[in-house]
Design a protein around this ligand. Structure first.
Ligand code: NAP
Length: 289
């Protein structure tokens, strides 16, 4: 098989949860373009139908399935319907997620807010892994599961949602556990950890001009990601190109997490002091916008 053919998923079937908006729509398009049949799963059926219409217009085989991932019975029904329609499921993209606890004081988070976030981001993701992997392990044909975590699962961010960060951190380690648990039986499990991308979840942040300015002044690439920029990593993990990769997390964030969360630009006074010692070598690489 040529190296480019390794990235094709022709004739395989992929479930994408949370395919009704944001990154899930992109993931569905990427997989369909690479040849997969696609199951679109989420709660907003009207939105899924819109996505399905676009995919079918490009020749894809698509199944729309209403599903609340936090309900294991709903997950079982969705996966069962996918199996019935396409014969099996080869790829699962666990993308559904919420950031339900916008509050910044962990000590004040209400039970229901905590449980809602964990119920979707961790429990729901696990119900989907369990349901799909049981069937993949039973028929022995293997599969690839991709869990969508976040850079907020890799380190903590003060003043942003605690339950969200906890759930995403748990997803990273659950992925390691499932990856090694099923490694000898052909089911690979990996994580995709995005940085900041526009979506319904992040729109409220991007609507604040000061947030945009601050982000662009501190992010190494000085910009947010475009959802299409997640496609390459997704396809790598979904396809045979990653046949010897399991339990891993691929970060796609324009270098934000590599910067360790420290703003790359410090106050001008600091650079002035450095410049006194080092001359031009003490000045910032990128001038403040
Ligand atoms: P989004 O536009 O709000 O999409 C979230 C998706 O999850 C929607 O399709 C929603 O569909 C679905 N969903 C929520 N609760 C669900 C449930 N109980 N059952 C089934 N589906 C459910 O946000 P997004 O940014 O694209 O987020 C997608 C994933 O990427 C999330 O896991 C998020 O944590 C992760 N992520 C995003 C970013 C970013 O910058 N955008 C960064 C890091 C990680 P319904 O409402 O129709 O059910």
């Amino acid at each position: 098989m040529s190296i480019t053919d390794q990235f094709l998923v022709t004739g395989r079937t992929a479930i994408v949860t949370g395919a009704s908006s944001g990154l899930g729509v992109t993931f569905a398009h990427v997989l369909a373009e690479a040849g997969a049949n696609v199951v679109l799963a989420a709660r907003r059926i009207d939105r899924l139908e819109q996505v399905a219409t676009d995919l079918r217009a490009n020749g894809a085989n698509v199944l729309v399935q209403e599903c609340d991932v936090s309900d294991s019975a709903s997950v079982a029904a969705m996966v069962g319907a996918s199996w019935d329609r396409f014969g099996r499921v080869d790829i699962l993209v666990n993308n559904a997620g919420v950031a339900a606890d916008a509050g910044v004081f962990p000590e004040r988070i209400a039970d229901d807010v905590w449980l809602k976030t964990v119920g979707v981001n961790l429990n729901g993701l696990f119900w989907c892994c369990r349901e799909v992997a049981q069937r993949q392990l039973a028929d022995g044909k293997g599969g690839s599961i991709i869990n969508v975590a976040s850079i907020m699962g890799l380190s903590a961010s003060q003043n942003l949602a605690s339950a969200y960060q906890a759930s995403k951190g748990a997803v990273v380690n659950l992925t390691r556990n499932l990856g090694v648990s099923w490694a000898d039986r052909g089911v690979r499990v990996n994580c995709l950890a995005p940085g900041w991308f526009p979506s319904e979840m992040t729109d409220p942040f991007f609507a604040v001009p000061e947030f945009n300015d601050r982000f662009k002044n501190s992010a190494p690439m000085a910009r947010f990601g475009h959802p299409d920029e997640l496609g390459g990593a997704l396809l790598f993990l979904a396809s045979d190109a990653s046949s010897f990769v399991t339990g891993q997390t691929i970060v796609v964030d324009g270098g934000v997490s590599a910067a360790g969360g420290t703003a790359s630009l410090y106050p001008p006074e600091l650079y002035a002091a450095q410049a006194q010692v080092m001359g031009e070598l003490g000045t910032p690489i990128r001038a403040k916008a």
